[in-house]
Write a protein that binds this ligand. Structure first.
Ligand SMILES: N[C@@H](CCSC[C@H]1O[C@@H](n2cnc3c(=O)[nH]cnc32)[C@H](O)[C@@H]1O)C(=O)O
Ligand SMILES: [Zn+2]
Length: 433
C-alpha cells in the first residue's frame, strides 16, 4: 500500500458541500481516502508525510481543448484572423512535421501543462501515437483524438478515418487508464457532411465520444449557411453528431435556439476565451450557456493562438470577460470560474465522478499552490486569490493518480532540459526545412 498524509494544509475541494477545508488529506493507492479538519487515524505504518502548511491544495485543472504539438509554433504567427492564420501559416508548417516534431512539441506542452497545474488535457492532432507516448511518460491524464481534416481525396479520407479509428481503439484505457480516446472530424468547414457521418457511425460502433471545432467564427457560420442551408449546430445535429457524447470547441457564435439545443442534447462545450480573443473570433455567450444548463468547460486551444498553456488564464478571463460584456459584476463569480477549470472540465470529458474534486473516492489528481508569495497576502479568500491573483507559475507540486509528477516546480518523470532543447531544434528544422 502506498499512502500519503498531507498535514495542516488548506484544501480547496471544489465540492459544494465542503468548499474549503483547513486540515488534512490522505491519499491511498492513488485515491483520496480522507479530507477533513481532524488528523486522520488508522494510517499505514509506512505512510509518507508532507507538511501542507503554506500550501493550498486543489484538484488539478482540466484543459478541454488543445493541440499540444503546436507549442513548436509559439509566436510564429500572431495578429491574424483564424482563416489566414490556419491556411497560410499553420497548415504549411504542420505539413512539414514528422513524428519527432509531434513528439517534441507534445513533450514541451506536457511539461508546461503539468507545471502550471493541468492534470488532464484533451488533445486533437495527428501522429497521435507520439502524443500518447509522451502522455504515458509524463504521467498526465489525456483524452486523445486524431483530428481529421477531410479536404482531400476519398482515398486519403478513408486512410485518415482508419488512422483515427486504429488510434482510438489501440490507446483507449492505456497508461493505467489515464488515456481515453475520442473520434474527431476537425470541423464542419473542413469535413464534408457524408464524411462527418462516417465518424458518427464509427463512434456508435466503438462506443466512443466525438470532438470537433464548432461555430468559432462568424465567417464559418455564414459559410455553413451558404453551403448547407443551416447554421453549424443544426448541421451537426442533422448529421447525428449529438447522438453521441460530444465535446465541441469554441461555440462562439450561437443563437438562443442553438444554446437550448446544446443544453437539451447534453453537449459539452470547451470555452477558449484567450484563443478566441487573440484570433478576434469573438466572445462566446458563456453566461447564457451556463444559465441554460450547457455543460461548459475551459480550453486553451493551441499555444499558437494563446500563446501559453496556463489554464489559470482561462479561469481568470472567464471571470473577467463575461462581467465586462454583460455589465453584471456578479456574472461568473470566482467559485464558478474555478469550477469551470476543475469539476466542470471533468464533467465535460465524462469523468466528473472520478476527477475534479478533492473528495473521498476520487482519483488523487491534485496540485499544491505556494502561498508564500506577496500576491496571496493577506489570505482573505483563497478562492478569490486563485482566480483573481494567481497564475500557473504558483503551482509547486502536482500529483496524478496519487503519483507525484511535479516536485518543487519540476517534472519528475521527464527530462525538461532535453525537451526544451529538442523543441527548439524541431522548430529550426521546420523553419528552414
Ligand atoms: N493534420 C490533420 C489535422 C490535425 S487536427 C488539428 C488541426 O487543428 C488546427 N487548429 C488549431 N487551432 C485551431 C482552431 O482554433 N480552429 C480550427 N482549427 C485549429 C491545427 O492547425 C491542426 O491543423 C489532417 O490534415 O487531417
Ligand atoms: Zn482547436
Amino acid at each position: 500500500m502506498t499512502q500519503l498524509w498531507i498535514e495542516n494544509g488548506l484544501f480547496v475541494t471544489m465540492d459544494d458541500a465542503a468548499k474549503t477545508v483547513k486540515g488534512h488529506m490522505v491519499v491511498t493507492d492513488g485515491l483520496i481516502t480522507y479530507v477533513g479538519p481532524e488528523a486522520p487515524t488508522d494510517l499505514s505504518p509506512d505512510v509518507q508525510r508532507l507538511d501542507g502548511s503554506r500550501l493550498a491544495f486543489m484538484p488539478g485543472l482540466v484543459n478541454t481543448h488543445g493541440h499540444a504539438a503546436m507549442t513548436l509554433l509559439r509566436g510564429y504567427s500572431d495578429d491574424q484572423n483564424l482563416q489566414v492564420w490556419l491556411e497560410q501559416k499553420m497548415w504549411p508548417m504542420e505539413a512539414k512535421y514528422v513524428d519527432a516534431d509531434t513528439k517534441a512539441g507534445s513533450a514541451l506542452a506536457i511539461v508546461e501543462m503539468l507545471r502550471t497545474g493541468t492534470t488532464a488535457f484533451v488533445d486533437m492532432y495527428d501522429r497521435m501515437e507520439q502524443v500518447a507516448t509522451m502522455t504515458e511518460q509524463g504521467g498526465i491524464r489525456g483524452i486523445l483524438t486524431r483530428g481529421v481534416i477531410g479536404l482531400c481525396s476519398e482515398e486519403e479520407q478513408r486512410a485518415k478515418l482508419q488512422d483515427a479509428i486504429s488510434f482510438a481503439k489501440e490507446w483507449n484505457g492505456k497508461a493505467d487508464g489515464r488515456i481515453t480516446t475520442m473520434l474527431s472530424p476537425h470541423a464542419p468547414y473542413t469535413c464534408p457532411p457524408s464524411y462527418i457521418e462516417k465518424f458518427v457511425e464509427a463512434a456508435h460502433e466503438l462506443d466512443l465520444p466525438l470532438h470537433t471545432h464548432m461555430s468559432e467564427t462568424l465567417a464559418e457560420v455564414e459559410q455553413n449557411v451558404r453551403d448547407y442551408g443551416v447554421r453549424p449546430v443544426e448541421h451537426l445535429d442533422r448529421l447525428g453528431f449529438f447522438s453521441r457524447p460530444s465535446l465541441v470547441a469554441h461555440a462562439v457564435h450561437l443563437t438562443d435556439d442553438e444554446i437550448a439545443l446544446l443544453a437539451s442534447k447534453g453537449v459539452s462545450v470547451s470555452h477558449n476565451p484567450v484563443s478566441n480573443l487573440k484570433l478576434a473570433s469573438g466572445i462566446a455567450r458563456l453566461s447564457d450557456m451556463m444559465k441554460a444548463g450547457v455543460k461548459v468547460s475551459l480550453g486553451t486551444d493551441s499555444v499558437a493562438s494563446n500563446n501559453n498553456l496556463d489554464l489559470f488564464e482561462e479561469i481568470r478571463y472567464s471571470a473577467l470577460l463575461h462581467k465586462g460584456v454583460s455589465g453584471d459584476p456578479t456574472a461568473i463569480p470566482a467559485w464558478e470560474a474555478l469550477k469551470l477549470g476543475t469539476t466542470y472540465g471533468a464533467d465535460a470529458i465524462w469523468q466528473g465522478d472520478s476527477i475534479g474534486k478533492l473528495k473521498v473516492g476520487y482519483k488523487a489528481d491534485f496540485i499544491a499552490i505556494d502561498l508564500d508569495q506577496p500576491h496571496f497576502y493577506p489570505l482573505t479568500d483563497i478562492v478569490s486569490h486563485l482566480v483573481y491573483a494567481g497564475t500557473g507559475r504558483d503551482v509547486k507540486h502536482v500529483w496524478v493518480d496519487g503519483r507525484q509528477v511535479v516536485r518543487s516546480g519540476v517534472c519528475t518523470l521527464l527530462d525538461e532540459e532535453k525537451i526544451r532543447y529538442e523543441a527548439a531544434a524541431s522548430f529550426e528544422r521546420l523553419l528552414n526545412g
